[in-house]
Write a protein that binds this ligand. Structure first.
Ligand code: FMN
Length: 170
């Protein structure tokens, strides 16, 4: 890995995002490769130590604020995959804790997504399916998910189906 980074950085790349586990190209699916090989943050930290002038971004298994604050003591940044997808609100919690950015309003996000859907020619569901985790942990989150993943298929108005999903929450 060090040799790879040496060669690629000599060619001009100065930022490396390291998913800190081995990918087994034979025997494991992409999904299993995100879960089974052990996380080796120590190896990623060693890379940062040996290449201090490069931006080394840590990726893999980061799901909590304390974990991320700790990683930022060693690394130049973090990349968050599944937690950002499954629980997108987490990103607003990070923004608040790390940069003091006020958290947006969830209903306002939904309204803006409805506007966005209006600009798209694809189905309503192709966008709303990525929003299912927006209210995770709150009462009514399950109804929100259900409406946006089932009834949405017969909906003709994004605003109407979003309003219906939100009645369970707000
Ligand atoms: C919805 C989703 C799509 C992803 N797509 C790709 C991809 O196209 N190429 C890739 O190299 N990794 C992809 N990944 C993997 C992530 O980049 C990341 O390396 C991996 O999820 C480990 O980080 P995590 O533990 O924070 O999820 C994807 C992950 C998720 C959750």
């Amino acid at each position: 890995m060090e040799d790879f980074i040496k060669q690629v950085s000599a060619a001009g790349c100065d930022t490396f995002i390291i998913h800190a586990r081995k990918a087994w190209l034979k025997g494991l699916s992409p999904k299993e490769n995100r879960e089974i090989p052990p996380l080796r943050y120590d190896i990623a930290a060693e890379i940062k130590k040996n290449f201090p002038h490069l931006n080394i971004i840590l990726n893999g298994g980061l799901t909590t604020l304390p974990q991320i604050q700790d990683a930022l003591k060693t690394f130049d940044g973090v990349m968050i995959g599944r937690e950002a997808y499954n629980n997108p609100w987490f990103l607003t919690e990070l923004e608040l804790a790390l940069f003091g950015t006020p958290q947006p309003d969830r209903a306002d996000i939904c309204a803006r997504m409805v506007d966005y859907i209006g600009t798209q020619s694809s189905t309503i569901h192709s966008t709303t399916r990525h929003m299912l985790g927006l209210f995770n942990g709150m009462r009514g989150a399950r109804s929100f998910r259900q409406i946006l993943s089932t009834e949405v298929h017969t909906a003709t108005s994004a605003r109407a189906i979003m309003d219906k999903a939100l009645t369970h929450l707000i």
